[in-house]
Write a protein that binds this ligand. Structure first.
Ligand SMILES: CC(C)(COP(=O)(O)OP(=O)(O)OC[C@H]1O[C@@H](n2cnc3c(N)ncnc32)[C@H](O)[C@@H]1OP(=O)(O)O)[C@@H](O)C(=O)NCCC(=O)NCCS
Length: 190
């Protein structure tokens, strides 16, 4: 599942998974922590809707077709709306620790051991719209590298839709390169 997720609720935050705050080029500082149950419950339908919209845009299919694909992709990572422990990681991106910490976005990632060297697949990264362009996306990706390294990960992998130049610029600026290029030509278009 490539791309995107948002909208949320309250509930006390559990301890940060990695407490090491990370500062980006833009001086933003973030901590990644597990989503609360309430956050996850809000995230899953949002993720399906968002992915469906991206798929419909990228592939030119109907909303129903896009939604069916999005549902199956999200179900594969979060069966029944829950992560498999130690395999999938729905994370909140927060600007610190303690009661004043605010959530500014979300990450969904999962481990893939099928090739031998462990890969962490980034299914989704979203910074909430009002918090964008402050370096939080970059800081979250740097924090994810530390998260991955702590789990013996060899490579972080992700997909970007062809229309998402902003995300592609972020990933390329962090050293991500294409392993393959998915190409398509829509027939019948003028
Ligand atoms: C992509 C996204 C996570 C970036 O988060 P962000 O906090 O705004 O990004 P940052 O402020 O850390 O910027 C990091 C880099 O991203 C790129 N970037 C971010 N916003 C950009 C914009 N509006 N136009 C062009 N480049 C942009 C730049 O390369 C930027 O580096 P720079 O500031 O040195 O120029 C955010 O735009 C988002 O949530 N988008 C919607 C969801 C999405 O597309 N997720 C990616 C799925 S693959």
């Amino acid at each position: 599942m490539p791309t995107g997720v948002r909208a949320r609720c309250g509930a006390a935050a559990p301890p940060a998974w990695h407490a090491g705050a990370v500062t980006s080029r833009a001086r933003a500082t973030v901590v990644l922590r597990p989503m609360t149950d309430d956050e996850l419950a809000a995230y899953v339908p949002w993720a399906i809707d968002n992915l469906a919209a991206e798929v419909a845009r990228a592939r030119g299919v109907t909303a129903a077709q896009a939604r069916a694909l999005a549902q199956s992709r999200v179900d594969a990572v979060l069966p029944g709306g829950r992560p498999r422990p130690g395999e999938a990681f729905p994370l909140a991106i927060v600007d610190g620790a303690g009661p004043t910490a605010r959530r500014h976005g979300t990450i969904l990632a999962g481990l893939d051991r099928s090739l031998g060297p462990v890969r962490l697949y980034l299914y989704d990264l979203v910074i909430d719209a009002p918090a964008r362009r402050r370096g939080l996306g970059r800081a979250a990706m740097v924090a994810l590298e530390a998260f991955a390294a702590a789990r013996g990960v060899h490579t972080i992998a992700l997909n970007v839709f062809g229309h998402n130049a902003v995300a592609e610029a972020l990933y390329r600026s962090l050293g991500y390169v294409a392993e393959h290029t998915a190409m398509a030509k829509r027939l019948g278009a003028p």
